[in-house]
Design a protein. Structure first.
Length: 312
């Protein structure tokens, strides 16, 4: 899959480093990029002239996907698509992140959380289709597709079902945490920006036996605590005994990233509970990065954790 990256900022210079990494993590080959500094255009998000430049860039590179490092409305996606070849897909930052999450989800809990996030992302778009179609004579208006009000009810029903199942899983995990505390373990959560090195640190600190020594070696260590130089390698959680005299359990958790909407953070509520229920949260940073980058990522981690903690 070949893509062109597009990013608009209100002021300053657009930094496309992270969206490039996200695209590569999803399996895309980034061929080129466009950036623009201006206020958002209601119809195209970027300026109409920039859309024309994008179309020429698509023709020159042969890219089959355009990834915006911004949040696009359904009408903006449609409008941009009408100016590009028919076989070129237009997606935004959050669709890309959901794609990565879907590829990484291995456990039942992670898969449920990804499904919940996808449904929460789709719901307002279905609302928009229904609302628009009610005002128009034909249901396919603006290429948004056939509308069906039952789809909205179906999404809400699925969201309710998934939340109930996640609540059941969370109850089981809370019981497990209490049992571990009663056994004398301190619970430590490794948190931080995605690709900061949490899984690598877990591997360095963890013993080669499971929480119950009778379980033997960790058969799932290579898959659930995999260490790779890419974003969101870890999507679920992995808990291991620390290799130290004190009885400590370390839990590797999903990484954070800037500009995550509330609905996406909230979809991973049960995973973040591993952080909030811990006795100690260890924020991991990559000290090879510039100080300013570290500072910005720490702020993102703090804000994400604070937002989740304040959620009802």
């Amino acid at each position: 899959m070949n893509t062109v990256i597009v990013k608009r900022v209100d002021e300053g210079t657009a930094d496309t480093g992270e969206i490039r990494d996200l695209a590569r993590a999803a399996g895309y080959t980034v061929l080129d990029e466009l950036a623009q500094t201006r206020t958002e255009d209601a119809a195209y998000h970027i300026g109409e002239g920039k859309v024309e430049e994008l179309a020429r860039l698509i023709d020159r590179t042969g890219a089959d996907t355009v990834i915006f490092d911004n949040r696009l409305g359904p009408y903006q996606i449609y409008n941009i698509g009408t100016e590009l070849p028919d076989d070129v897909e237009v997606i935004d930052r959050f669709t890309l992140i959901l794609d990565i999450f879907g590829q990484r989800a291995q456990t039942r809990k992670a898969q449920l959380q990804v499904e919940l996030a996808e449904l929460r992302y789709e719901l307002p778009r279905v609302d928009a289709k229904v609302s628009l179609a009610k005002r128009e004579e034909h249901p396919g208006f603006m290429g948004l597709g056939e509308y069906d009000e039952s789809r909205e009810r179906d999404i809400k029903s699925q969201i309710s079902r998934i939340k109930d199942e996640l609540a059941s899983i969370a109850k089981t995990e809370e019981h497990r945490r209490e049992e571990r505390r009663e056994s004398g373990f301190d619970l430590v959560a490794l948190a931080g920006y995605t690709n900061a090195g949490k899984s690598t640190l877990l591997r360095r600190l963890a013993a080669d036996v499971a929480v119950d020594e009778n379980e033997g070696l960790h058969p799932d260590l290579d898959t659930t605590a995999e260490s790779r130089d890419q974003l969101f390698t870890t999507l679920g959680t992995t808990t291991r005994r620390a290799d130290m005299e004190r009885d400590v359990l370390l839990t590797d958790t999903v990484g954070f990233i800037s500009d995550l909407p509330h609905w996406l953070v909230e979809s991973f509520r049960s995973t973040l509970d591993e952080v909030y229920r811990a006795d100690l949260v260890l924020l991991v940073v990559d000290v090879s990065e510039p100080i300013e980058a570290i500072r910005e990522k720490l702020v993102t981690c703090h804000d994400t954790l604070y937002e989740r903690n304040e959620a009802p």
